[in-house]
Design a protein around this ligand. Structure first.
Ligand SMILES: [Zn+2]
Length: 227
């Protein structure tokens, strides 16, 4: 089953329980389920969900924000990785950190050890990914006829910016926290910063260059900036 709100579609599942009223739940990972009395018709449940869509979507966003800000790193907890929810699994035996399907296995006996293992792994992933995307974006601009340097990438953890570009020195700073977002968002920030090699401001000319080389820009930027 699904409902829509502000043009976006959300899924939910119905769980039949021996209760009197329909109750809405948003799990920590953002999925929605609805407990409903055994005899409640689906149409009634759906109408109830639709009536409360605004509240549900708010809760989903809050949970997402909470996961981004403060995952608890317990065994079985949810983490966000490139826009997907992955499950943390503590291995009792020493092992390299690895992601298989949507399970991240770390050697940990405490949330703090799990957090550190996740972080070390994520830095390696981030370095490899940003290096690859940097090359792709550089190539895209070059092939579009722009003269840009192959940027030197600095990975930083920033509170208020996703990236920044120092055109003079050919250096781009990229936020480490982008690793929680869909990969399209990471591309969007790279394309944005590269466009600053042509235009330092956010003028119409700047956006013309950016959207010309990366037509999907607005879609991903909207996710990053909660538009
Ligand atoms: Zn900018």
């Amino acid at each position: 089953m699904h409902f829509t709100h502000d043009g976006k579609t959300y899924e939910y599942t119905i769980v039949r329980k021996r209760i009197k009223n329909i109750i809405l739940h948003v799990r920590a990972d953002g999925t929605v389920y609805v407990s409903a009395p055994p005899a409640a018709p689906e149409s009634v449940i759906h109408a109830f969900v639709t009536d409360n869509a605004g509240r549900l979507v708010q809760q989903i966003a809050q949970n997402q924000k909470h996961r981004e800000d403060a995952p608890d790193y317990a065994d079985g907890s949810a983490l966000l990785h490139l826009g997907e929810t992955i499950t943390l699994h503590w291995s009792e035996r020493p092992c390299p950190t690895r992601l298989e399907q949507d399970v991240l296995t770390v050697f940990a006996r405490s949330p703090e050890e799990a957090r550190l293992a996740h972080r070390r792994w994520l830095i390696d992933e981030c370095v490899a990914l940003y290096r690859q995307i940097n090359r792709e974006v550089y190539t895209a601009y070059t092939e579009a006829g722009y003269r840009v340097p192959l940027a030197r990438i600095e990975i930083k953890e920033m509170k208020s910016r996703w990236g920044s570009c120092t055109a003079k020195t050919g250096r781009i700073s990229m936020n480490f926290r982008l690793m929680q977002y869909p990969i399209g968002c990471v591309y969007a920030v790279f394309y944005h910063e590269y466009a600053h090699f042509m235009h330092l401001d956010h003028s119409a000319d700047f956006y013309a260059v950016l959207r010309g080389v990366f037509p999907e820009y607005d879609r991903w930027d909207a996710i990053l900036n909660h538009k």
